[in-house]
Design a protein around this ligand. Structure first.
Ligand code: PXL
Length: 243
């Protein structure tokens, strides 16, 4: 069984965050290890309170995970602060061969900030060059680039390429926030450009971004290449949305 380390915040409502990640790994038969970055109190209506775990404790959890068993892949979700971003980058630098999936969690669906402004800058400066794939949705890509959200597929492609130019090795720009009969995600790297399409499911569900990044990490952990891992991740989320 392959092992996936999830570095993320908890969601007391169970919909998103680490709670969703661990359910995803259980479903996909991967061994879960975790490093908690923040504890959030939330309902489906919003985030009521956040407790940030000290960066030194996040590092201790990551180091303990790597000391426990071989880690086959890492998924990163909510990081909360710039200090935590730096701590995570520092810890992962000691394990350069392990593939990392970075879901740039900036805000909850209800609009609460889940990463501060310094954290946003550090994410691009110190973490982005380390990750195998960055998985922003359309609003997140726009915020990270400081540009308006992409309004069509052509703009999605140019924003995915702009994120590559900032130092990512690959970007999966998720089209879930767009409209149209199909949900189209774009996967770009220096070597490839792929359009991953699935019929749009008419359902509202929190935590689909968390589930996608975790499912991709589980697929990379089991040895699939990036494109196959993204296809499998998308299939998993489509299944989740269909209930
Ligand atoms: O879906 C992004 C996300 C990630 N992590 C935590 C969250 C959320 C959204 O609410 O609460 C802890």
């Amino acid at each position: 069984m392959s092992a996936v380390l999830v570095i993320a915040g908890t969601d007391s409502s169970g919909g998103a965050g680490l709670t969703r990640d661990l359910r995803t790994l259980a479903h996909l038969d991967a061994r879960p290890l975790c490093a908690v970055t923040a504890v959030t109190a939330q309902s489906d209506a919003g985030v009521l309170a956040t407790h940030v775990v000290p960066a030194s404790m996040v590092r201790a959890q990551i180091e303990a995970a790597f000391a426990t068993c071989p880690v086959d892949a890492v998924k990163i979700g909510m990081l909360a602060t710039g200090g935590t971003v730096r701590a995570v980058a520092h810890s992962l630098a000691r394990h350069p061969l392990v593939p990392v999936v970075l879901d740039p969690v900036l805000a909850s669906s209800s609009g609460s900030l889940l990463l501060d402004e310094l954290g946003r800058r550090e994410l691009l400066d110190v973490l982005l060059p380390r990750v195998a794939v960055l998985t922003p949705n359309i609003p997140e890509a726009g915020i990270l680039l400081g540009t308006p959200a992409a309004a069509n597929e052509e703009e999605m492609l140019s924003q995915a390429r702009a994120l590559l130019a900032l130092g990512a090795r690959a970007v999966l720009l998720k089209g879930g926030h767009a409209s149209g009969r199909d949900a189209v995600d774009l996967l770009v790297s220096a070597r490839l450009t792929r359009r991953l399409s699935a019929p749009r499911v008419d359902a509202e569900l929190r935590g689909t971004g968390c589930a996608l990044a975790t499912a991709i990490a589980a697929a990379l952990a089991s040895g699939l290449d990036l494109e196959a891992a993204c296809v499998r991740g998308k299939d998993h989320v489509t299944g989740l949305l269909r209930g």
